[in-house]
Design a binder for this molecule. Structure first.
Ligand SMILES: [Zn+2]
Length: 224
């Protein structure tokens, strides 16, 4: 409980607000526009990591151990991810799905959003969870628009940012469940090195949208 309050306090401090404003500017220079609260989340994640590493409170980490170039370094990371993302959008071949499969993908995005929302309440995974929840929302909005554009056709084409967001969040959810960052709510056995039934479902759903090529740490299950 103390920890959670610490996170909230840190984000509301004058220093973090100042750093967040700088981070937004630095990211904008690199072509990445951060949404409201995102810069604060990124900084809080960094501060929390330093605090854990050094065994000090977040307040102490913020006051004494934040590197001078922290904003620049974080902006570089965000900027690089932005470039990777834009390349992925450009390279993504659209996929065509029937309505039943679109339903599966939407359900998978909903499940991922639920897991991200649960993770938001826990220390440590906040920055990740916030990003995943935001990208999930974008993916759902994009898929809704794609369905609306079909005029009752049974096939729906998903491409561009919507496809990339969908792949990215499903891939990320699978990774976060696998490494234990996110608690998995499914009832099957969870053993190291093996996928549980929720992970299997998410992997199948990810494969429906063509898997995730750019930035994947591992190929989809059926290609290993
Ligand atoms: Zn599970």
């Amino acid at each position: 409980m103390r920890y959670k309050q610490g996170v909230a306090d840190i984000r509301n401090t004058k220093k973090v607000r100042q750093l967040a404003a700088e981070l937004r500017d630095e990211c904008a220079l690199r072509g990445v526009i951060l949404v409201a609260g995102e810069a604060e989340e990124i900084l809080a994640g960094k501060i929390s990591a330093i605090a854990r590493q050094l065994g000090v409170t977040e307040r102490t980490a913020l006051d004494r151990y934040l590197p001078d170039d922290v904003v620049h370094a974080l902006a570089e990371v965000v900027g690089t991810e932005g470039v990777t993302y834009r390349r992925a959008v450009d390279a993504a071949e659209p996929v065509t799905l029937d309505i039943a499969d679109i339903g599966r993908v939407i359900a998978a995005l909903g499940m991922t959003m639920k897991l991200a929302t649960d993770a938001l309440e826990k220390p440590g995974g906040r920055a990740d969870a916030f990003g995943v929840a935001t990208d999930c929302a974008d993916a759902v909005v994009g898929i809704g628009a794609a369905i609306r554009n079909t005029d009752g056709d049974d096939e729906v084409e998903i491409g561009g940012p919507t496809l990339v967001y969908t792949r990215k969040v499903l891939q990320r959810a699978i990774e976060l469940i696998r490494d234990g960052t996110w608690a998995c709510p499914c009832r099957s056995r969870h053993t190291q090195g093996a996928t549980c039934s929720l992970q299997d479902n998410l992997i199948n759903d990810l494969n429906l949208v063509g898997g995730w090529a750019a930035g994947a740490h591992e190929p989809p299950a059926d290609q290993r």
